[in-house]
Design a protein around this ligand. Sequence first.
Ligand code: NAG
Ligand code: NAG
Ligand code: NAG
Length: 705
Amino acid sequence: MGTQRSMVSVSSLLKLFVFFSVHVRAQRTTTTTTTTTTEFTFRGFSGNQSEIQMEGAAMIKPNGLLRLTDRKSNVTGTAFYHKPVRLLETSTRSSTNVMVRSFSTSFVFVIIPSSPSNKGFGFTFTLSPTPYRPNAGSAGYLGVLNKENDKDPRNHVFAVEFDTVQGSRDDNTDRIGNDIGLNYNSRTSDIQEPVVYYNNDDPNKKEDFQLESGNPIQALLEYDGPSQTLNVTVYPARLGFKPTKPLISRPVPKLSQIVQEEMYVGFTAATGRDQSSAHYVMGWSFSSGGDRPIADMLDLSELPHAPPNTAKKRGYNPQVIALIVALSGVTVILLALLFFFSKYKKRLQQGEILEDWEINHPHRLRYKDLYAATDGFKESRIIGTGGFGTVFRGDVSSSPSNQIAVKKITPNSMQGVREFIAEIESLGRLRHKNLVNLQGWCKHKNDLLLIYDYIPNGSLDSLLYSKPRRSGEVLSWNVRFQIAKGIASGLLYLHEEWEQIVIHRDVKPSNVLIESDMNPRLGDFGLARLYERGSQSNTTVVVGTIGYMAPELARNGKSSSASDVFAFGVLLLEIISGRRPTDSGTFFLADWVMELHASDEILRAVDPRLGSGYDDGEAKLALVIGLHCCHQRPASRPSMRTVLRYMNGDEDVPEIDDNWGYSDSSSRSEFGSKFEGYVSSDRASSSVASLSVTRISSTSVMSGR
Ligand SMILES: *[C@@H]1O[C@H](CO)[C@@H](O)[C@H](O)[C@H]1NC(C)=O
Ligand SMILES: *[C@@H]1O[C@H](CO)[C@@H](O)[C@H](O)[C@H]1NC(C)=O
Ligand SMILES: *[C@@H]1O[C@H](CO)[C@@H](O)[C@H](O)[C@H]1NC(C)=O
């Protein structure tokens, strides 16, 4: 030892020099006429890919360990020094008198069994004429030989085997299972010794230890050429000193029949079908030639860390673990099947088999519950019917008012429902005091059921027009103005204040529900899209209600917040005047109010039933705002935010510009006839079929269209 070790540990400045000299020393072949010396030392194998020829499962791990096999079953791995070693001294004196040259090798290895009860098969230090072992068998052949060439003298193989399997030989020659044997051209050992080391204090005392303990083990092979003696010493590396008495020390004259002029030196290892260990070499030194070659000592502290002994933690061998895993897997699957089957059966009974996309919606309600709440959708429960569907009153204990309104819609196509549900889900999160609260939804067969808060007072439509009104009174001015403001702020919320723009598309009195304190709530928002989506894509279906539809809708069919503003304008004029937006065709509310405005008589538009019970300023304001909203050009209409500012007196209402009607004509009657033209056009008439006429009050009258 000594020189090379100290050279390796000198300072980094001298590394280049060290590398060079180690390299030279490692490769040194001192050739005289008869002798060639080989010396090398691997303290770990990092960067030594080219010096070690590996086959099979063998590899150099990133941490520098040379792994011969992993714990896979039935594998072999071999690792030989890449250059042959001259081992035969061809005596010049006599060609018959050949002598195997002295050599010395030391290595530290670790065997990690698969489990305490599953280990094998072992590994060897081998002298071979080739740097690999072609067709070598696994298990008891230890990666050295095979069935065909076993015992063949042409093998020229000598192996020192480190065997960890008891009875690994067919011929019952191996009975120990933790032994070291010397093999000549055969898997059967000539000499076999149980693994022990001799105590230095008492050389007669044998200390036994296990090869597959998972701890590093040091082995020393010393062969003396002249005396043909081979010494084998094996001991736990943690001892830190070499036992002076070898485990095996005997003449091996047979070696001369094996060894050829040049031999490769290295390791082989194998695992069996049912028994396996991982075999590692941590370091290896070799020296041959000369009078008394001595391989470098390997100090554990200079070698890479031993692999962790994972076998200790394992209580079961892989087969048992596999069996446990398989059995528990089968059990889990069976239980899951049983669980889902019983769920499915229950759902089947309730007619509630859900498609994937229907699950995981927070607002989805159970059909069963709605069915019960509405007495099975009884006719006497109907509180309204309309283009979008029928509305039922439902009794539930969970709702604060104990009542719900269930709108049953049969969409003209279920195609769009899936996307629409996503929208319903988001509409379900809308919360505003001027919007009807959508509690949830349910899909049942071809029906879509929307569940709203039940609002008992009825719709604005019925309050404005039903005669006689319950109290015989007409809606007071203040109430009308408050309702108009409430609707405006509900629309503002939809257009601007929520996380996404919601276009109502069907603003009209029957969609405004009035609470008992006269607070208005806008309903059916966003619903019209269901019809637009569900219809064939090649025709544009305009959804809305005649009289409230903005002129541009007839042209491009595109709803926008401006078209909502138009409808609001009509509604506002309607609230103030108590007149429907249009009659059989000659009367148009907006035009009429515009004419009054032009002749400076706008207050004549105020509902005559109010008598003098109204505020002149507010009435004038509201009517002018209504006219602004009914501007023919969408861009000239105010936004709902501006409308509210006007109504609250936060901003002055500007003059109505000259383009209010159609620019090519200032005639209001012409505008009116054009407007009439829209509603009777093919497109608009196709939309008539889907007019939304939804009434929450059973007393309301379908009139005015
Ligand atoms: C192992 O590899 C290292 C780094 O490549 C090299 O310095 C050393 O000489 C090699 N050892 C042998 C014995 O070839
Ligand atoms: C082991 O592997 C070899 C090939 O690598 C195959 O021929 C042989 O049948 C295998 N033996 C067992 C017991 O699986
Ligand atoms: C082998 O061991 C014997 C007994 O300990 C010793 O006398 C001999 O020198 C050893 N030979 C070598 C080559 O180390």
